[in-house]
Design a protein around this ligand. Sequence first.
Ligand code: SF4
Ligand code: SF4
Length: 348
Amino acid sequence: MKTLFDCKDDIHSCSKCGLCQSVCPIYKITGNDCTVSKGQFIMLRGLLRGELKMTKTINRYLDLCLKCGACSRFCPSGIDVVDIVALAKAEYFKLHKTEKLKSFILKIGIKSLNLINKILHKVFKTKSKEHFEKVIYFGGCGGANESVIKILNSMDIEVITPDFECCGFPFFVRGDMKTFESYIESFYKVLEKYDTYDVVVNCATCEKTLKSYPKWHKGKEINIKNVFEFINENHPVFELKKPKKVTFHKPCNLDNYNSVKEILNNTKNLEYIEMNDFDSCCGLEGITNFKEHKTMSKLFTGKRNNIIESGANIVLTSCLACKITLSLFSKGKYKVQDFIEFLANNIK
Ligand code: SF4
Ligand code: SF4
């Protein structure tokens, strides 16, 4: 697998223009250059040249990065900052047993979640008819969501739900590349049993991670699609049983917000209000970063205020991690729901 040293050219291509500073949610709070890609690349150059060592302080700055990718989308040099930060974290991971222990505990937690979901899946029923189109559904560590099956079945699509594991993102961002690779291998192994490579995903972070697999591992070509793109291609018209007012938090990893917006705007009886900074990071990476509590709570408060100011009492999203983060900091001011679950539960 690639290492930080393979990204030397990308790191050197940073022109230090500082445009990343204008979009980085963490830099906006800290004002500290070391917390944004521009400053991080200066540190990493020192590391590559052997002038600096991978210390706790450098790791702290890497941990402050939310891996939201906002800077990459804005960077004139097109640098993939999230990949580089993950590979820099991998250098720290290799040297520290405590990081390995944390990753091991996380792995046990995710495996247990997978197991619970496998048991629950047994009760999910997917409709199947000869004329139905078939699609494989990747549910990730949150498991297959019955709502996705219900919505796709209503559009004459048969949903296959194999026993997939996690997409590996939680390990990738912590620099545990070995575990990340093992999840990629497990994904391709499961797929080998099927004759279709059309995979539909509900969680935006799983989608982004699965789409990145060819960068890290040679495997068969797969066609990953977000469930919203898939729905839009079939042009269904949804109508809610009762009028509802909602806002939407766009996960950083959601590529196709337009598909979501189209469904939100075209669903009858649904009023969609786009909140301020609807696409700014929820701060998931900050949840476990207890040492930076002050910085992170400013981020969560900003997001909560935007939701409240929208006037909607329901905030929809499409990433399990965003759903957890938004719920944890809601203070009971709004309900957080997965968009597909909301549709499945409220349409006529
Ligand atoms: S926007 Fe890109 S090129 Fe400019 S300073 Fe940031 S990382 Fe470097
Ligand atoms: S990924 Fe997000 S948090 Fe990290 S440096 Fe880029 S904009 Fe800032």
